[in-house]
Design a binder for this molecule. Sequence first.
Ligand SMILES: NC(=O)c1ccc[n+]([C@@H]2O[C@H](COP(=O)([O-])OP(=O)(O)OC[C@H]3O[C@@H](n4cnc5c(N)ncnc54)[C@H](OP(=O)(O)O)[C@@H]3O)[C@@H](O)[C@H]2O)c1
Length: 239
Amino acid sequence: MRSAIIVGASSGLGLELARVMAADGWRLGLAGRNMSALEALRTDLGPGIRVQPLDVMRTDSVAPSLDALLEGLGSVDCVVLSSGISPYNRKLQWALEESTIATNVAGFAACATWAAHHFFEKKAGHLVGISSVASLRGSPTVPAYNASKAFVSHYLEGLRFNLEKYGVSVTDIRPGYVDTPMTKGQKGMFWVVKASAAARQIYAAILRRKKVAYVPRRWALVALAARVAPGALYRRLSN
Ligand SMILES: NC(=O)c1ccc[n+]([C@@H]2O[C@H](COP(=O)([O-])OP(=O)(O)OC[C@H]3O[C@@H](n4cnc5c(N)ncnc54)[C@H](OP(=O)(O)O)[C@@H]3O)[C@@H](O)[C@H]2O)c1
């Protein structure tokens, strides 16, 4: 039976992906800070689910926590990194920038390198990171968030170049706007999809071992436009 770890499974995309994967027979190890949400999900999903408290900002706790999940599951075929924060920060409060970088950059990289070492050892496995369409350009309102997602996508690409020759797959998921607690009350969104629908598309990309997947796929067009848009035009649209 296939088994996976999902970091950031207590809410939003990670939670919905856990539902989709459990329904397809995966044994799961679910991590995050909100243990009551994880326990409720475990009760909901039934047998074969393990939960583990993990705050990725405490990078020294990442390896012991993921080791504990690995030990409980016996083996891990896939690691999905969905944890992330995106605090609105036009006023550039350093505390918010710092926590975004600690979670989305340092915390992400700590989890990703744990997975990379594990899959390198077994010469198999699949690392999946949830980046964003936001990885492509800067943002005046969530500057650390967009920059952190650029880090996530580039880090995943580097790990893919490093690991694919050993039989390890790496997938970079780039969602557009998804209706989750992260985007609650956010203005100016378009093409918003439900988290359950996005999770199904993420799961399809995982099964196909895609290198990069836009979710939904039409966001690839926005990505293309964002890449070629001149700076002045992009600034006007994003302000
Ligand atoms: N929603 C969107 O429109 C959208 C678009 C593009 C990309 N994304 C990305 O998708 C991923 C999931 O976001 P979401 O929309 O599902 O948001 P969400 O509902 O707020 O979920 C975020 C998840 O991250 C976990 N998390 C946050 N800080 C953590 C920490 N320090 N340690 C461990 N886990 C932590 C949370 O768990 P705990 O609070 O329990 O720790 C939660 O499970 C994020 O990486 C986000 O950047 C979202």
